[in-house]
Design a protein around this ligand. Structure first.
Ligand code: ADP
Length: 492
């Protein structure tokens, strides 16, 4: 019986899941690793620590499941996107800590770039909004600031990778330096349409082409993990950035299908098929993971603070003891009684892209209590998602019929029902909400013939619960109008 090993490398932990040929998850292990905040707005991680955490979780999955490594048909990899690693091609030694996607150290450079002549070219070619979030400015920072790095890069001695590339390089003992289009589309260095590194963009960011990994399909054998790591030589056959892997794991293979992930932040992706989207509403155009070598696209909206607002209620405000308790407390009042909470702790992401906005609670009266604030926090997650969906609908000219959901906060039934109400469409929660790991397993399994087609994989996807809207249009519109006003107050 064939098995697939999925390495799911996130921002806070490295996880490994094992799947059988029916797409069932039979084991999962995880190891947390830390972020470092050496200065205000800076976020770093240690790539060696990530590698150790990832390898250890994979070994533990094999030990716990009892599945011999010879029976693992292929490995799939999915990863936190944009996080930037630079190392020496010969020694494997790191040139600096990894610069994590959340790191704002290159904001000034990006602000300057955004107001330059080249800005419209960058956006047109990459589909991205110019921001420190993406890898390009981070690589440039390392070359400009680490002593000797630029000379070594010019001599061809240094390699760049996101975490997928780093893990593949480690697993193959330095034999393979590769990434896939879904990750490459987040670097601000790839031409979204052609799927190749863009010479003009590399010049603009002053990055030698010799540092760049080869871009290979998301579902294809790219190399072999050495036996010393997992006890057998295993083909690496799937790669995708975490959000695109989740889209794939939700069986959103066709245009018009969409998913929203509710974790620390929210990430909504809408599949647009072979058509490269152009957003007039400040969403990102990105590569979706494809089961074959064809180019597939998606539009993406990212919200920075979603589940993190619930953590804030627990850790800073102290009005809930656990995240799960928020559902019950929110339901203990019949409405938020006009209270709105805009959790713009680190500015606002799509569609506002307002770095200077800060968190705001509006509509407080003498009768407002902590339950109203808890409810408003959960509601803010649904409203922010509606902001993304409105932008997607405006871009595509089509109404969303259903939204597939995943991520930790989808366990909250109150939130899911409110989401259905505020969007006026069905919310579908699948049986397996670990869709990121599942997506990477699907990509690997399709590459090595465990599954013949996406139709076969689609049959594994099962809804656990569907939330239908129960409020009318008038109430929905009035609640949402209140949110828009609160956002305007927050930005003012
Ligand atoms: P990530 O992958 O971003 O670390 P997860 O998908 O593991 O996130 O989800 C964790 C987030 O979801 C946390 O921010 C947490 O506050 C939130 N969360 C978890 N359970 C619930 C719940 N029952 N209700 C609301 N939020 C929740």
């Amino acid at each position: 019986m064939p098995f697939l090993l999925s390495l799911d490398e996130g921002t806070t932990s490295a996880r490994t899941a094992l799947y059988d040929e029916t797409g069932a998850r039979i084991a999962m292990e995880s190891n947390p690793f830390p972020c470092f905040y050496p200065k205000q707005g800076w976020v770093e991680q240690d790539p060696e620590e990530i590698w150790r955490a990832q390898l250890d979780s994979a070994r533990r999955v094999l030990a716990r499941s009892g599945v011999p490594p010879e029976q693992i048909t292929a490995i799939g990899i999915t990863n936190q996107r944009e996080t930037t690693v630079v190392w020496d091609r010969r020694t494997g030694k790191l040139v600096s800590p990894a610069i994590v996607w959340q790191c704002r150290r290159t904001s000034d450079f990006c602000t300057e770039l955004a107001s330059s002549r080249e800005a419209s070219d960058v956006t047109r070619k990459t589909g991205l909004v110019i921001d420190a979030y993406f890898s390009g400015s981070k690589v440039k920072w390392i070359l400009d600031n680490v002593p000797g790095a630029r000379e070594r890069a010019s001599a061809g001695d240094l390699l760049f990778g996101n975490i997928d590339t780093w893990l593949i390089w480690k697993l193959t003992g330095g034999a393979v330096h590769a990434t896939d289009p879904s990750n490459a589309s987040r670097t601000m260095l790839m031409n979204l349409e052609s799927g190749d590194w863009d010479a003009d963009l590399l010049r603009l960011f002053d990055i030698p082409a010799s540092m760049m990994p080869r871009i290979v399909p998301s579902s294809a054998v790219v190399g072999t993990a050495k036996a010393e790591h997992l006890g057998a030589e295993i083909p690496i056959a799937g790669i995708a950035g975490d959000q695109q892997a989740a889209l794939f794991g939700q069986a959103c293979f066709r245009p018009g299908l969409s998913k929203n992930t509710y974790g620390t932040g929210c990430f909504a992706l809408l599949h647009t098929g072979a058509t490269r989207p152009v957003s007039a509403n400040r969403l990102l155009a990105t590569r979706a993971a494809s089961h074959d070598a064809s180019a597939q696209f998606a539009v993406e909206g990212s919200v920075f603070v979603a589940g993190a607002a619930v953590q804030w209620l627990r850790d800073q405000l102290g009005v809930i003891r656990t995240a799960a308790e928020s559902a019950e407390i929110a339901a203990s009042v019949s409405s938020s009684a006009g209270v709105y909470f805009v959790p713009a702790f680190t500015g606002l992401g799509a569609p506002y892209w307002d770095m200077s906005a800060r968190g705001t609670i509006t509509g407080l009266t003498r009768g407002s209590g902590s339950a109203h604030i808890v409810r408003a926090a959960l509601e803010s997650i649904a409203y922010q998602t509606r902001d993304l969906v409105e932008a997607m609908e405006a871009d595509s000219g089509e109404r969303l019929r259903e939204l597939r959901v995943d991520g930790g906060a989808t366990a909250n039934d109150f939130l899911m029902q409110f989401q259905a109400d505020i969007l006026g469409c069905k919310i579908v929660r699948p049986a397996d909400i670990e869709t990121t790991a599942l997506g990477a397993a699907y990509l690997a399994g399709l590459a090595v013939g465990v599954w013949k087609s996406t139709d076969e994989v689609e049959r594994f996807w099962r809804a656990e619960r569907v939330f239908e809207p129960v409020i009318g249009d008038t109430e929905r519109d009035s609640l949402y109008a209140g949110w828009k006003q609160a956002v305007a107050q927050c930005r003012a």
